[in-house]
Design a binder for this molecule. Structure first.
Ligand SMILES: Cc1cc2nc3c(=O)[nH]c(=O)nc-3n(C[C@H](O)[C@H](O)[C@H](O)COP(=O)(O)OP(=O)(O)OC[C@H]3O[C@@H](n4cnc5c(N)ncnc54)[C@H](O)[C@@H]3O)c2cc1C
Length: 344
């Protein structure tokens, strides 16, 4: 297959950080191409409807474009996706969406990429490559008998589905607690199974902690703490506690919210060194360049699969200026100031 297109820089991923980088490259006049496996902002698109960011709007705004919400509240999934679309339109960014990069080959100078888009496979070449592929490609699986039954899911789509049904939520961090509360308010009979003895205030948004604590204390939501699910059948989930005692929880639906895993395949293909169970990539904090000269990382991909979320959107902005500096030899001082504030 012949190479159809080439560019100085290719950016893989059009989440908020990939888009913010694209704006910066465009402002610097860098010849670049950008791909996303799906639509722009894909990670945000699968948040449950009306999910609010925990970060304030100024911290998740990108490329210097103000992020306003009609009620001055924290931004919802829907508002943020509309905002990303506006940024793309405002800067007339060209993103090759629904075109996943499936192979990276190192050349004597630069890289060759293979994509599989809606129109078939294509080959591209570039001198430098930025991976902004995110850190939450898939949900962690329960990996127990019955976990693929049709009433078991790792996504909350619409709480309405669980009205007057028995729902077991597995997990005890932010997503699990938000899902439990929303489904409770939608009229579901909610229980929670969490492997730890109690909820950890560091892992749950502080403004929902009092409410969930009250509902657990009153028994309106039943908590099975210090338990792990052993198997799921059509009618129940068997939980095991730390002493090996079993409890059958009758349930109509199960939602597993036990975290996410990164897909580090592209890093592996390109020869980026990955260390530990989290597959943390090796890169230079100052330039964001990996151990492979010419390959840079931006955004949450830098954390690999994160056990404790330390890299997220609001503290990923700093990567942009470092990469632009490394690629062009200069960065914009104005943005650097904004990013420093956002990081603190
Ligand atoms: C429910 C929830 C709430 C959150 N709330 C907050 C918050 O309040 N504040 C905060 O800072 N963060 C929050 N986060 C985290 C935030 O969503 C991420 O930090 C943010 O999306 C990271 O941006 P990114 O651009 O680095 O990666 P992503 O947004 O994950 O984008 C990566 C992109 O790369 C694309 N891609 C992957 N592989 C390929 C490939 N092979 N070829 C082409 N494209 C590819 C994907 O399709 C995706 O669009 C939250 C996350 C969740 C799940």
């Amino acid at each position: 297959m012949t190479t159809e297109y080439s560019a100085e820089v290719i950016v893989i991923g059009a989440g908020p950080i990939g888009l913010e980088l694209a704006v910066a490259l465009k402002k610097e006049g860098v010849d670049y191409l950008q791909f996303d496996a799906k639509q722009i902002g894909d990670t945000i698109s699968w948040f449950p409807p009306q999910t609010r960011f925990f970060s304030s709007n100024d911290r998740i705004a990108i490329a210097g474009v103000p992020l306003q919400t009609p009620d001055q509240n924290k931004c919802t999934r829907e508002q943020y996706l509309a905002y990303l679309r506006t940024v793309v339109q405002q800067y007339d960014l060209k993103v090759n969406t629904y075109e996943p990069v499936i192979y990276i080959e190192r050349l004597r100078e630069g890289f060759s990429l293979l994509t599989r888009g809606l129109a078939g496979e294509r080959r591209y070449a570039c001198r430098r490559l930025v991976l902004a592929t995110g850190g939450t490609a898939r949900s962690r699986k329960l990996d127990i008998a019955g976990d693929s039954l049709p009433h078991v899911s790792d996504r909350l789509e619409d709480p309405h589905a669980y009205f007057q049904k028995r729902l077991l939520v597995i997990g005890g961090k932010n997503s699990a607690i938000e899902w439990a509360l929303r489904c409770h308010h939608a009229g579901a009979h909610v229980s929670i199974s969490y492997r730890r003895a109690k909820l950890d205030a560091r892992s749950v948004k502080y403004w929902i902690m009092p409410e969930i604590s009250g509902l657990l204390n009153s028994g309106a939501i039943e908590g099975y703490f210090g338990t792990r699910p052993l198997r799921i059948t059509a009618a129940a989930v068997t939980l095991e506690n730390v002493n090996g005692e079993l409890t059958e929880v009758p349930t109509d639906f199960v939602l597993a919210a036990i975290g996410y895993e990164a897909d580090m395949t592209l890093c592996e293909l390109a020869g980026v060194e990955l260390t530990g169970d989290c597959q943390t990539p090796t890169f230079d904090e100052e330039t964001m360049e990996t151990n492979v000269p010419g390959i840079y990382l931006a955004g949450t991909v830098t954390g690999g699969t994160q056990d404790k979320y330390a890299v997220y959107l609001e503290n990923g902005h700093v990567h942009i200026d470092r990469i632009v500096k490394a690629l062009t030899g200069h960065g914009s001082g104005r943005d650097a100031v904004v990013y420093e504030q956002a990081e603190s």
